[in-house]
Design a protein. Structure first.
Length: 201
């Protein structure tokens, strides 16, 4: 796993905002996502933002492995009208500590930003919180680059302000280098799964 932290940041603490570059055929994305979610505090709260995957699939990233008992988890489910009805309805038997809020992007990213901020404020008030946004690529496929850049600017600032930690999935296979470089400046660190394997602790 290749990481590129901010050159001006000499801190050894977990960076607030991490861009996870995971290509289509990467078999390590789920494990790295789990490490980033639970790395600093196994009992932290979780805020999972999902665009195309179902809430159940994203909750699996939170509850898999050895962390069946965790803090509270909230899922912000973004309706992009590209998910099957069966997948959208498969939200039964949720963990007792899980809540789901659905948001439409028909009016742009404003409602999504407000939903994330609302859940982030609520969760960070009760303890440490880890955020996963899946994914930047999905947002770019349904919106313009300038709008996504502005959305991510506000979100990364909110994460830092609330002392949360967050990582943002992005598939480099579907974007040109210029787009990736434009967005990279918003993050404290880059984890690039194209350049090296990930060793499990």
């Amino acid at each position: 796993m290749s990481t590129r932290p901010d050159a001006d940041d000499e801190s050894t603490e977990m960076p607030s905002n991490v861009l996870l570059l995971a290509p289509s055929l990467s078999g390590q994305e789920q494990d790295v996502c789990h490490q980033l979610l639970h790395g600093s505090d196994a009992d932290a709260n979780g805020l999972l933002v999902t665009c195309l995957e179902s809430p159940r699939d994203r909750l699996a990233a939170w509850t898999d492995h050895d962390h069946a008992e965790t803090g509270e988890v909230a899922v912000v489910d973004v309706d992009m009208s590209a998910r099957s009805t069966a997948a959208a309805d498969a939200v039964t038997s949720l963990p007792a500590n899980a809540t789901i809020e659905s948001v439409s992007t028909e009016e742009g990213l404003v409602d999504l930003g407000e939903a994330i901020d609302r859940q982030l404020t609520r969760l960070t008030a009760t303890g440490e919180t880890a955020v996963c946004l899946h994914s930047v690529s999905d947002l770019l496929q349904h919106g313009d680059e300038r709008g996504v850049f502005k959305f991510l600017t506000v979100l990364t600032n909110s994460v830092a302000r609330t002392d949360a930690v967050a990582h943002y999935h992005m598939n480099p296979d579907v974007h040109d280098a210029e787009t990736i470089e434009t967005l990279e400046v918003l993050f404290d660190s880059i984890v690039d799964l194209r350049t090296a394997s990930v060793s499990s602790e």
